[in-house]
Design a protein around this ligand. Structure first.
Ligand code: GLN
Length: 290
């Protein structure tokens, strides 16, 4: 049973009040939950606050508000999140795509476009693809690009495939279950990765919403958080075109260490890109020409 009103305006107000003391942005989360489960839009709520919401939807909203108040991230409850203007389904096996990761898409996009124009295609390898976010964002803007999305998790690959299908990109996206490069073959113009980069020790210090709901496989980068970069730097050469580039997301304190790892393996750091919060977030590497 629920004490929620069934007119849209009062329902929104009550939803906000219920979340008020427990979450960072109660107005936003209440709106996302109410709109999603009632199938209404923000405009409708403003234009017609007396609009009735069906009893089934009100019950779903009630359940969702309880989950949110219990600490579950709002996008896990909705089952999707927007990334680079695309709606991506989530599953328990996928990291929730973050706005910070859009920085990676922006950083490598000009190169992807340039290769696509020159070569008539651009082959992208996305290591640890999760929801497919990075690869699918690039494919959505560059119609002659194609991508292989690698993940160790079969559940993540199923979600990535579903997202590719929903976005009409299935013909250019191939999922591959592999431990980093283990099963990868062929050569790519671009290798992208948002690898797990939190040190095992720091996992305990993450926000509850991250620690309890994002998969550990997508977060834990080993003792110092840098192991995935070591693997990528050591093995990428066999799979990268000579003039190719590697773009990786990093933790905001890892710039120097990650540059050292790739420099020692024969790469030159091109540019470092900052996220919206002004933190170092993405490095693009080029190969040292033989
Ligand atoms: N950016 C993530 C966080 O908020 C970490 C993701 C990762 O390890 N790649 O903690």
């Amino acid at each position: 049973m629920t004490d929620l009103p069934n007119a849209l305006g009062p329902l929104l107000r009550e939803a906000r009040a219920r979340l008020g003391s427990t979450v960072d942005d109660p107005a936003l989360d209440a709106r996302l939950i109410v709109e999603h489960f009632s199938g209404t839009t923000r405009t409708q709520a403003i234009a017609d606050p007396e609009r009735r919401v069906g009893a089934g939807a009100v019950a779903e909203i009630d359940a969702a508000l309880r989950r949110r108040a219990g600490g579950e991230p709002v996008h896990r409850i909705l089952g999707y999140r927007e990334f680079y203007g695309l709606r991506l389904s989530l599953s328990p096996e996928t990291l929730e795509p973050r706005p910070d990761t859009e920085t990676l898409v922006e950083a490598i996009l000009p190169f992807v476009k340039a290769v696509a124009t020159q070569e008539g295609e651009c082959r992208i390898l996305d290591l640890g693809t999760g929801t497919g976010a990075i690869a699918l964002a690039l494919l959505s803007v560059v119609p002659t690009a194609n991508a292989t999305g690698v993940d160790l998790s079969a559940g993540a690959l199923a979600t990535a495939a579903r997202n590719a299908g929903q976005l009409g990109l299935a013909g250019r996206f191939t999922g591959l279950q592999s431990d980093w490069f283990e099963k990868v073959s062929g050569r790519y113009h671009v290798i992208v990765a948002n690898p797990p980069y939190i040190s095992s020790e720091d996992i305990g210090n993450l926000q509850d919403e991250v620690r309890n709901f994002d998969p550990r496989l997508a977060l834990d980068g080993g003792a110092d958080g840098l192991n995935p970069y070591r693997t990528i730097a050591a093995e990428a050469a066999r799979f990268l075109e000579i003039e190719g580039r590697i773009a990786v997301e990093i933790g905001h304190t890892q710039r120097n260490e990650v540059c050292e790892i790739f420099t020692a393996a024969g790469y030159v750091p091109g540019s470092v890109f900052r996220d919206l919060g002004g933190n170092d977030r993405v490095i693009v590497f080029e190969r040292i020409k033989p």
